[in-house]
Design a protein around this ligand. Structure first.
Ligand SMILES: C[S@@+](CC[C@H](N)C(=O)[O-])C[C@H]1O[C@@H](n2cnc3c(N)ncnc32)[C@H](O)[C@@H]1O
Length: 199
């Protein structure tokens, strides 16, 4: 039996051209890529078609990419077969996963929110390692009919507060124009964080 999130996301990645097209790597990572240690192990969580993980693997980083959608991982894997990149994939529910402690030099979490992961990342990232996190923020125009489940949205300042004892390299709550059909041209609030775990 499939996980309910897998049913939703497999359908998107199998039937919707918007999700099938490979995206550009996330700008937040491009902007701070110079901070990532050359020999680092990168975890791309809820990676989807893995645009940012593939970008880092192409530059030589070792990447582990996890997602609940097999259809998403197949899109990414077809890229890897063309190029033989240092990236491995696993099908995994990240709602409340076990991840090894002090293992990853970098964690990427883009546009997926499961709150138990915040404390999991605190343990799984090595001392001196980096967390890149970006996803939607609840705002005053939130409507569950258009925006879905409120639990998938950060509260204002929540992300920064969760890593207040880390070295915050970048934190911003800003606007982003949505590309999705339902929300076409609607501006949505997002939070971005780049934080380093203290040595
Ligand atoms: C908006 S996409 C973001 C993909 C990617 N991080 C990026 O930056 O483009 C959200 C991703 O979360 C994944 N996802 C949803 N529920 C999940 C779960 N329970 N466990 C793991 N991944 C999940 C979806 O399959 C999808 O690939």
């Amino acid at each position: 039996m499939s996980h309910p999130d897998a049913l939703i996301w497999d359908d998107r990645y199998s039937n919707n051209i918007r999700w099938q097209n490979l995206r550009s790597p996330r700008n937040l990572v491009i902007s701070y890529q110079h901070l990532i240690p050359r020999s680092g192990l990168v975890l791309d969580a809820a990676c989807g078609s893995t645009p940012t993980g593939l970008h880092l693997a192409r530059q030589g980083w070792q990447v582990i990419a996890l997602d609940v959608s097999n259809a998403a991982l197949r899109i990414a894997q077809s890229e890897v077969q063309k190029e033989a990149l240092p990236i491995s994939f696993a099908l995994m529910d990240l709602t409340n996963p076990w991840l090894p402690s002090n293992r990853f030099d970098v964690v990427l979490n883009f546009y997926y929110l499961s709150r138990p992961l915040l404390s999991t990342y605190r343990k799984s990232i090595r001392r001196g390692g980096l967390l890149f996190f970006e996803t939607f923020l609840r705002d005053d125009s939130f409507s569950s009919e258009v925006d879905g489940n409120l639990h998938h949205y950060l509260e204002p300042h929540e992300l920064k507060t969760s890593f207040a004892d880390w070295n915050i390299i970048h934190y911003e709550e800003t606007q982003r124009i949505s590309r999705s059909t339902e929300r076409r041209n609607r501006s949505r609030r997002i939070a971005q964080l780049v934080a380093r775990k203290p040595d």
